[in-house]
Design a protein around this ligand. Structure first.
Ligand code: HAM
Length: 414
């Protein structure tokens, strides 16, 4: 084979696609319950939209984006996530003027040039939601519940919710200073990757997956213990709502997330069914992001989840089977094949799913094909049927047959 799919991308074939359709329909249904409206944004945007919002120094922007220059010398990037595009569309189309509390959701492909492994792709799919216009902690918890309800309804039964607060522009700088001083003291013991983050992105050092780093930094001060009063109150409210709804959660003071736009709440939902890439859902509040993008200050909160990972975490696998046609029409000779094709066209126009053999195969092969495709009914047309205009409608499951007029197939299938 000369051509193969690009590393880290996947074909979703019939047999798998049914699970995807089911998951997508669950997402839409639950988004409707929570009154979120779908938005579809372009797959590529100006590069600076992402570098501005996600952060120049993040892994995503510094080494994972698919960035290219088009023929007009403009730098464009395949979207690595959905939040930046949704906010760009929100600002550009003045959505906030129509609805002071705008609730949007999206489903679609995202692109990151990561090292491919199980659960980590270069083209993957996310669904996500963003609520813009309110800084109420109720919306932070609504996001967690919305994600939880979609996971559950899709069939993921066990997962863990972790929450943290990453503070705001008032309390984070002082904490960062404290953390950098502490990290410098330990610098030589840390991995090179963590060392390089001390100045650039010190909070991410706490999030290091390296065991040695985790041990060394275990006793360092955490943002959640250095919040200003407003952030502490906000974090307290989020937790008190979670408790009053009896939602199990754990506070993870080291949860930082790989995108720079978060303020206050950050959360993740993980599943032990996933192995090392265990994050199913990531989200949080980003109250300064619209201003960063040149818009009016508008608080916001949201989440996104990976659909490939959700499907990997499904407790009941193998639901999928491509749905078969309602009717398989078999023609035995040339005139019968012409007639069955015309009949198929008429029946399809009436909304009935019909399949045929286009390969001129024997009756035996055609019957085998009808059964492989799980057709509900079969009709065989030959010379006799053409003359008498009477055909026999056979139900594949029971084997029962019924004589009908060739013009009454649609009525008989209703
Ligand atoms: P994120 O944590 O970068 O957040 O991605 C969210 C989810 O997308 C992850 O938890 C994971 O399930 C999935 N995901 C990410 N990268 C990959 C990959 N390479 N392969 C497969 N799945 C992947 C965001 O994207 C933020 N925009 C979330 C957000 C929305 N925050 C506020 N609003």
């Amino acid at each position: 084979m000369k051509f193969r799919s690009i590393k880290g991308t996947k074909d979703i074939l019939p047999g798998e696609v049914e699970t995807w359709q089911q998951v997508e329909s669950t997402i839409r249904q639950i988004m409707r319950v929570y009154n979120y409206h779908e938005i579809r944004t372009p797959i590529f945007e100006t590069t600076s939209l992402f570098s501005r919002s996600i952060g120049e120094l993040t892994d995503i922007v510094s080494k994972e984006m698919y960035t290219f220059t088009d023929r007009s010398d403009e730098s464009l990037t395949l979207r690595p996530e959905g939040t930046a595009s949704v906010l760009r569309a929100y600002l550009q189309n003045n959505l906030g003027e129509l609805a002071p509390n705008t609730k949007l959701y999206y489903i679609g492909p995202m692109f990151r040039q990561e090292r491919p492994q199980a659960g980590r792709l270069r083209q993957f799919h996310q669904f996500g939601a963003e609520a813009l216009g309110s800084s109420s902690p109720q919306l932070d918890t609504e996001m967690m519940l919305l994600a939880r309800d979609i996971l559950r309804s899709a069939g993921v039964e066990s997962f863990d919710l972790k929450v943290n607060s990453v503070g705001c522009q008032n309390c984070r700088p002082a904490y960062k200073k404290l953390l950098v001083a502490e990290l410098k003291r330990l610098q030589e013991k840390l991995t090179l990757e963590s060392q390089s983050r001390i100045e650039k992105n010190p909070l991410r050092v706490l999030d290091s997956k390296n065991e040695g780093d985790a041990r060394i930094t275990a006793h360092l001060p955490l943002m959640k213990d250095h919040l200003c009063k407003e952030c502490a109150d906000h974090f307290g409210s989020v937790q008190s709502i979670l408790r009053s709804l009896s939602i199990p959660y754990a506070i993870d003071g080291r949860l930082v997330r790989g995108l720079d736009y978060y303020t206050r709440t950050a959360f993740e939902i993980t599943s032990s069914a996933l192995g090392s890439q265990d994050a199913l859902v990531g989200g949080g509040r980003y109250d300064l992001l619209t201003e960063e993008l040149g818009g009016k200050a508008t608080p916001g909160v949201g989440f996104a989840a990976g659909i490939e990972r959700l499907i990997m975490a499904l407790d009941k696998k193998g639901i999928a089977r491509p749905a078969g046609p309602k009717l398989f029409l078999i023609g035995l000779d040339e005139p019968s094949r012409s007639l069955t094709f015309l009949r198929a066209c008429e029946l399809r126009e009436k909304g009935i799913s019909v399949e045929l053999d286009y390969l001129g195969r024997s009756i035996k092969a055609q019957l085998r094909e009808a059964s492989r495709q799980q057709a509900d009914y079969v009709i065989v047309v030959g010379e006799r049927e053409l003359q008498t205009k009477s055909v026999s409608l056979k139900e594949m499951k029971t084997g029962s047959e019924k004589k009908i007029h060739i013009d009454e197939i649609a009525a008989a299938l209703r």
